[in-house]
Ligand binder design. Structure first.
Ligand code: AMP
Length: 115
């Protein structure tokens, strides 16, 4: 199967505005931001969607992704006011890139329900 755009970012084949990197995850600014702060937090492991996640195997990875979201939110100055974390899953969930990613959105008032 062809590499996703996010795999190419992990492999540094295409550029991204990276804000955090560890052995297992990468975070970079969304190229088409839907909020003043819009960052994508992704595992380096190729997991297509939330459907392939199970708590026993992936709990530590998900924990690291949430830790990164919290620390990036603080650095971006959006932690106190509040922010939104989103996993889109599958076609009807609005997922466009089939490499797991956690959206961190902030810097404006979010609406609910999400569209
Ligand atoms: P989703 O719809 O949940 O799959 O979100 C995919 C996100 O990836 C969208 O918000 C896109 O704007 C973003 N995106 C696509 N290509 C890139 C890229 N090369 N660099 C940064 N963000 C991207």
């Amino acid at each position: 199967m062809a590499d996703t755009i996010f795999k190419k970012i992990i492999d540094k084949e295409i550029p991204a505005d990276i804000v955090f990197e560890s052995d297992s995850i990468l975070a970079f600014r969304d190229i088409n931001p839907k909020a003043p702060t819009h960052i994508l937090i992704i595992p380096k492991e190729e997991i297509p969607t939330v459907r392939e996640i199970n708590g026993k195997e992936h709990g530590p990875l998900l924990g690291e992704m949430i830790d990164a979201a919290n620390s990036i939110a603080k650095k971006e100055g959006i932690s106190e006011d509040g922010f939104r974390l989103v996993f889109n899953c599958g076609d009807k969930g609005g997922q466009e890139v089939y490499h797991l990613h956690l959206h961190l959105l902030g810097g404006r008032q979010m609406a609910w329900p999400a569209g």
